[in-house]
Design a protein. Structure first.
Length: 353
């Protein structure tokens, strides 16, 4: 069974409500229809109903069982405006300006998520990362103990001798440009947590560098060594089960024959399934190379560290990738419900019945 099919199968037992702020985008329309068709949950599209219906007709996409909400006419608009005005960032804002912000679909979707009216948010297919991340970071609080929000990509490659039968998480590939020691440790732990949620397998986390075990010693490599030690301590403190090692070069992390030479005795080297990159440049470039040159299926960016599940899509995401991301976010929501059972059901729970 393909990885994404296994995610679909798990989510069908606990379907979730996913909001898509870009309601007129043809790929999003097709993905929302497929999400519903696969019985993964309720798809919520934001935008003006007539525009969404016209776009769906042009794309020959069914809107059957898809919920459409126009932020300008939503019953919750006054409530959301009050929520926005209560934030310190927006204290004293004029009502007309607050309304303009809240009716922006990215903000309205984030408020729906924050208010428990949907279980997850998937956006970014037509806008740059800042447009989708800014509302989420302003409106959704971090998980307890998390200082920095980051992200990861879930990749499945055809060559199943690598990773977990071809499955990896790559992080951070979308949020923190140059993470410090604390941020790298947090990225490692949260990526490992997601990998275990998705697969049930033991995460084997490689902290990547251009050096393996002191083959080069610079401030950059020392940062990776320090982050590895901190992540190990935090894993112990949190009683999380994962293997972590670094600093490791990419070939050492992936190829057992090279690992035996460069990092003998490592529990991660040659077997890594979670790759943590030293900076955003290397992470983002690596994802796109693996996706295009190795035929990898890439799902993300899955945001890590928020207390509500969300994802920031690549503007080049296909319909298949958007559906896959929505399913991963939905499966995250299942886990969040288990960990945080007091989250509100919200006004739109009845739509799932």
């Amino acid at each position: 069974m393909k990885f994404i099919d296994s995610i679909f199968q798990k989510l069908r037992s606990h379907p979730k409500r996913i909001v898509f702020p870009e309601g007129t985008e043809p790929r999003v329309l097709a993905a929302a229809a497929e999400f519903v068709h696969q019985k993964l949950g309720i798809a919520v599209l934001l935008g003006k109903r007539d525009e969404i219906e016209a776009a769906a007709k042009k794309a020959q996409t069914s809107l059957n069982k898809i919920l459409i909400i126009d932020p300008d006419e939503a019953a919750d608009l006054p409530l959301f405006i009050k929520r926005l005005e209560s934030l310190n960032r927006y204290k004293g804002i004029a009502d007309v300006d607050a309304r303009k912000i809240v009716t922006n679909p990215n903000y309205f979707g984030a408020l729906m998520l924050q208010n428990g009216q949907v279980d997850g948010l998937v956006g970014g297919a037509t806008s740059n990362s800042g447009s989708i991340l800014r509302p989420l970071f302003q409106l959704i609080k971090p998980l307890a103990g998390i200082k920095s929000i980051s992200s990861c990509m879930v990749l499945h490659i055809p060559n199943e001798k690598y990773g977990e039968q071809g499955l990896f998480t790559f992080s951070d590939c979308g949020v923190i440009p140059n993470p410090n020691v604390d941020q790298l440790a947090s990225i490692a732990i949260e990526s490992a947590r997601l990998f275990r949620q998705l697969t049930g397998a033991t995460p084997r986390v490689a902290m990547l560098s251009y050096s393996t075990k002191g083959s080069a010693q610079t401030q950059d490599t020392e940062k990776i060594v320090a982050a590895t030690a901190l992540a190990k301590q935090q894993l112990f403190d949190k009683m999380q089960t994962a293997e972590i090692d670094g600093e490791l070069q990419a070939d050492t992390a992936l190829v057992s024959e090279i690992a035996e030479i460069k990092a003998p005795g490592s529990l991660v080297a040659g077997r890594a399934n979670v790759l943590v990159f030293p900076d955003l440049n290397s992470g983002n470039i690596s994802v796109k190379l693996v996706q295009r040159l190795a035929g990898g299926e890439a799902y993300g960016q899955i945001l890590l560290g928020l207390d509500k599940p969300a994802a920031d899509l690549s503007r080049g995401a296909s319909v298949h990738e958007i559906v896959g991301v929505a399913a991963i976010v939905g499966l995250q929501a299942v886990e969040y419900r288990r960990l945080y059972p007091d989250q509100g059901a919200g006004r739109y729970e009845a739509a799932t019945s």
